[in-house]
Ligand binder design. Structure first.
Ligand code: ZN
Length: 145
């Protein structure tokens, strides 16, 4: 199915969400906070980008209904990049950097009729890999009001 939108008077709005993680590795569902920023933006049709300015955390979209999915993702990432291994980086958080790059630092979601246009089972996760810490999430909304 093709949906065609002509954007007139494109607006862009950036907001910041502050988070505090409570574990070294943790997936935090931020879908509701991102959706609230989209609603506050007044933008009806366009795109929402979620970006983090961190090197030991990530952003991903995945199932947010069964909490075992988040647990399995964290366990698999820990298997791929164990906390303790033969790393050279002096800070002792090389696994966090590797996990951050595997997951990525942003995601983009369509905005249609003023709402995040995501799948039924999808949620946006902030991925902490070197917590606990205070973190920032930048939410950009682009489109027409
Ligand atoms: Zn480091």
């Amino acid at each position: 199915m093709l949906s065609l939108f002509t954007l007139r008077g494109v607006i862009s709005i950036w907001k910041e969400i502050n988070l505090t993680s409570c574990d070294r590795s943790q997936l935090i569902d931020i879908t509701a906070q991102v959706a609230a920023e989209v609603a506050r933006s007044g933008i009806k049709n366009g795109l929402c980008t979620v970006f983090i300015p961190h090197t030991t955390a990530g952003i991903t979209i995945n199932e947010n209904t069964d909490p075992n999915v988040a647990r399995d993702m964290l366990n698999t990432l820990e298997h791929l990049a164990p906390h303790k291994a033969d790393y050279q980086h002096a800070e002792g958080n090389s696994d966090s950097h590797v996990k951050a790059s595997l997951v990525g630092s942003s995601c983009t979601v369509p905005v249609i009729s003023g709402q995040l246009h995501m799948g039924t089972w999808q949620g946006i996760y902030f991925c902490e890999f070197d917590g606990p810490r205070n973190r920032r999430v930048k939410v950009g909304v682009f489109g027409e009001s």
